[in-house]
Ligand binder design. Structure first.
Ligand code: ATP
Ligand code: MG
Length: 240
C-alpha cells in the first residue's frame, strides 16, 4: 500500500462512512430520487447499477452536494453533510466524472491544483498509485490518452486524501486495456480504507470491480447485494 493513501494514524474506524437516509430529489413534479437509503462503508467498493435514467448520476451528485436533495439527508462520519463547508466536503468526498476533467498545463500542475506546494515525492507516489510513471509529471496533460487522463484524475483525487471516492461511469470513454487498468485501480482503492462508490451500467464490470451492488430503478433502491445476484432483479424493459 502506498504511503499517500495509507490510513492516517488516529483515524477512527468510521471515518469516511456515508449514510444516506430517505434521500429524495424532485425536479418540477418528478421524483428523480425517491427515499433512497444506503450505507457506504470505508474499505468497501459499491457499484450503483441500474437502467439509463434510473437516477444513478443524480444520487452520486447528491452525495457531495453537486445537487441538493429535496428530502432526507446524507451523513458523513455521522455529521449531516450540509453542515460541512462544500469545498471541505468535496475534498473529503472526491468525484470522478465520465470524461476526465483535465486542466491546462502539465501533469504536475494538474495534480498540484489547489494543493499547498506538494513535494515531488508525493506527486510521484500518487501517480504510482494510479499506475502511471513518474516521467509523466512534465508532460502536457492534454497530450495524455483518455485512459491516462482518467487515472491522473484519480491520482489528483487521492492526493487530497479523500475519505470517499465517487466515480460516475469512469470507464465510459475508455478502450478495453484502459478500462481494465481503471477497474484494477478502483478495486484496489478499498484496500486503502476509502469508501468507493462507482456508477456503472455494466453488471459484469460491477462484478469484476465491486464488493456489492445497489440496483436503482426509477429513483428507488430495488436491491442491494453481490453484483451477480442483482442480475435477477434487473427490470425487464416493460417494467422499467
Ligand atoms: N435537471 C433535470 N430536470 C429534470 N429531470 C432531470 C434533470 N436531470 C436529469 N433528469 C432526469 O432524471 C432522471 C435521472 O437522471 P440520471 O442522469 O441520474 O440517470 P442515470 O441513471 O445516471 O442514467 P444514465 O445511465 O443514462 O447516465 C432521468 O430521467 C433524467 O431525464
Ligand atoms: Mg448517469
Amino acid at each position: 500500500m502506498n504511503p499517500t493513501v495509507r490510513p492516517q494514524p488516529g483515524r477512527s474506524h468510521d471515518r469516511g462512512r456515508l449514510v444516506v437516509e430517505d434521500l429524495s430529489l424532485e425536479r418540477g413534479n418528478r421524483k428523480l430520487l425517491d427515499e433512497v437509503c444506503a450505507i457506504f462503508e470505508p474499505g468497501v467498493v459499491t457499484a450503483i447499477v441500474g437502467p439509463s435514467g434510473a437516477g444513478k448520476t443524480r444520487l452520486l451528485r447528491c452525495l457531495n452536494r453537486l445537487d441538493e436533495p429535496t428530502g432526507g439527508r446524507v451523513l458523513l462520519d455521522g455529521v449531516d453533510h450540509r453542515s460541512i463547508d462544500p469545498r471541505q466536503l468535496r475534498r473529503r468526498v472526491g468525484m470522478i466524472f465520465q470524461l476526465p476533467a483535465v486542466f491546462a498545463g502539465d501533469v504536475r500542475a494538474n495534480l498540484s491544483y489547489g494543493l499547498n506546494d506538494p513535494d515531488e515525492e508525493e506527486l510521484v507516489v500518487a501517480l504510482d498509485a494510479a499506475a502511471l510513471p513518474a516521467h509523466l509529471l512534465g508532460q502536457e496533460a492534454s497530450t495524455l490518452s483518455v485512459g491516462q487522463a482518467q487515472r491522473m484524475c484519480i491520482a489528483r483525487a487521492l492526493l487530497r486524501r479523500p475519505e470517499c471516492l465517487l466515480l460516475d461511469e469512469p470507464t465510459a470513454s475508455l478502450d478495453r486495456d484502459a478500462t481494465t487498468a481503471v477497474e484494477q485501480l478502483v478495486a484496489s482503492l478499498a484496500g486503502q480504507d476509502l469508501a468507493v462508490v462507482m456508477v456503472t451500467h455494466d453488471l459484469l464490470q460491477a462484478a469484476r470491480t465491486a464488493d456489492r451492488a445497489l440496483l436503482l430503478v426509477a429513483g428507488r433502491v430495488a436491491a442491494v447485494g453481490p453484483a451477480d445476484e442483482i442480475q435477477a432483479r434487473w427490470p425487464t424493459e416493460s417494467a422499467s
